[in-house]
Ligand binder design. Sequence first.
Ligand code: CTP
Length: 402
Amino acid sequence: MRIALGVTGGVAAYKAAELVRRLQQEGLDVQVVMTRAAREFITPLTFAALTGQRVITEMFSEEGRAPANIESAIEHIAVAQRIDLLLVAPATADVLARMAHGVADDFLTTLYLATRAPVIVAPAMNVNMWEHPATQHNVATLRARGVHVVAPEEGYLACGMSGPGRLAGLEAILDAVRQVLGLKRDLVGETVLVTAGPTCEDLDPVRVLTNRSSGKMGFALAEAALRRGARVILISGPTHLLPPPNAEFLPVRTTEEMRRAVLEQARAATVVIMAAAVADFRPAAPQPTKIKRASGGLTVALEPTPDILAELARDRGNRILVGFAAETEHLAENARAKLEAKGLDLVVANDVTRADAGFDVDTNVVTLFVRGAAPVELPRMTKREVADRVLDEVVRLRHLSR
Ligand code: CTP
């Protein structure tokens, strides 16, 4: 999920750096927008380094000048449409006033008007400014409009006074974010091991046998599990994706490497989700030197790879085991057979012949199979949504197993 964090000019602006980290730990993608005054307190570089993204500081490309190009001219609209939440923390009396009155004189206040995403403000200011009827009136206006307000705390303020005005604790701000975004925290205390991507099997030093898995489903599962509070170990074959910053990431290449990593890491795991498209076969005798082009063609003998899930299932303990089934025909029969044969708790099956499901697309159409219950056919949804539905089922199975 994407969130725009508006940082405005108060002493508490420095706390926004820690807030970025905590939001990222929730699995959120954070775009920072700073007002001009905020830049007197903390530099954009700090946020750029934390988020790995450009920090938006100006409405226009250069102060006072028209936008350099059409992209910068409509960037606020693009950001407005992209985000799932606008959080302003710390919010000064000034920004609350501008938001309450619909003044759009910088990027942040323009974004506020342009977005349909929910909005949270966490005010921080001097006690008298907070208690001033003008500020209270503006806050009431924003509340009436559906803006969520994380009230400031009482305490010692930078100005030397004491009273309400200090930025709310990060935990209170995060609670508001979780509540507004409907984020569940039902995997706290669980260690979820996720595998993703393809595996590669060498034919010779330059050629490999692999498959079309992009890793998107597995990475979405890792992100969703992190958001829901789990410790996440992500073991992946080669992909073009960036691992979530808070996952313990172990890149592997071959099935054997994945097998070793999974068996080793599974000891700590309470849930194992094998979303990787593990090669089922590998060359029986990989060549140490490059195979030369032969006029008579080439026949390669393949041998089965070790079945990682089946091996895990033999010594499963109290672990929840989830497998994936990529099918081109007889989906239900094959998925049920896998559930039984591998001793799994849940099989997520998809028909990979569909254009909107399976390899390298952002959506998936899956059916969930558990023992002793009717299959649950899910409609077409994003892989992120599928990930959450799979984890809902994992949580349900976890409760049953206790
Ligand atoms: N899997 C595994 N080890 C393998 C192969 C697959 O752990 N060597 C896992 C996959 O990660 C996936 C599930 O097992 O979760 C898929 O089962 P599999 O029987 O390999 O399915 P298909 O590859 O679709 O096999 P089949 O040819 O039987 O349809």
